[in-house]
Design a protein around this ligand. Sequence first.
Ligand SMILES: NC(=O)c1ccc[n+]([C@@H]2O[C@H](COP(=O)([O-])OP(=O)(O)OC[C@H]3O[C@@H](n4cnc5c(N)ncnc54)[C@H](OP(=O)(O)O)[C@@H]3O)[C@@H](O)[C@H]2O)c1
Length: 254
Amino acid sequence: MTSVAVVTGASSGIGAATARRLAAEGFHVLAAARRTDRLSALVAEIEAAGGTATAVACDVTSDESVAGLAEAAARAPGPVTLLVNNAGGARGLDPVESGSVGDWQWMYDVNVLGTLRVTQALLPALEASGAGTIVIVSSTAGFTVYEGGGGYTAAKHAQTAVAGTLRLELCGRPVRVIEIDPGMVKTDEFGLVRFGGDAEKAAAVYAGVAEPLVAEDVADCVAWCATRPQHVNVDRLVVRPLAQAAQHKVHRAG
Ligand SMILES: NC(=O)c1ccc[n+]([C@@H]2O[C@H](COP(=O)([O-])OP(=O)(O)OC[C@H]3O[C@@H](n4cnc5c(N)ncnc54)[C@H](OP(=O)(O)O)[C@@H]3O)[C@@H](O)[C@H]2O)c1
């Protein structure tokens, strides 16, 4: 029977690339996000490439919407063996001194509570499959702080804490927990969301960096971790572009 993978935040960037990649690996993918037009286009693309997928409208900040995702998973054509908690993002690059409480609340709700809601809703199905995997896409911001990143690093530290706690709590049960921590990934929307649609500021993040990671690189990491034999648990995978030795150490040409 086909295994089912649920990917949140599948309408763009890392989530969309992960959905494509997992479908190519043979999973039936439930592609979840708020923008259903994009999800429909993604499903059509996956089907044209010979895979199968279903678009599911889901706002991870809503209990009701996440309950709908769990219902869609129950109707899926196979056991749910993989959940990729990818929905998330950053808002603002302000110092703690002047950061917007609203932005901080949004980052906590989407990155941390979104992961919590979706994980709680799908854990019974993952466990019932007998061989479940939960991937949490956190960030290098989950273990390093940087100036202006207070709200995002606080949320990602919390998401990382959820991953570590969950792994301890599920020990002895048939569900592994894998944390993927990407560094700089050039996706179309992450920077735009962070800078309120300011394309110039978003582009400046990658200025002079010859080869930042792209969404497909992270999808490759997710797919590799998720397709190891079930007894192999990659606790945490940190991945950065060659040009980024650390958060503060990026090689830029010119
Ligand atoms: N890009 C990077 O440099 C980088 C580095 C490390 C970690 N990450 C992490 O990787 C993940 C994906 O980032 P990305 O670069 O691919 O960003 P992105 O292109 O902005 O994608 C974010 C995704 O999250 C979804 N999303 C946002 N709010 C949501 C909500 N309330 N409910 C459901 N889905 C929601 C968006 O879909 P809708 O708007 O359609 O709902 C979108 O599909 C995030 O968790 C991010 O923090 C990114």
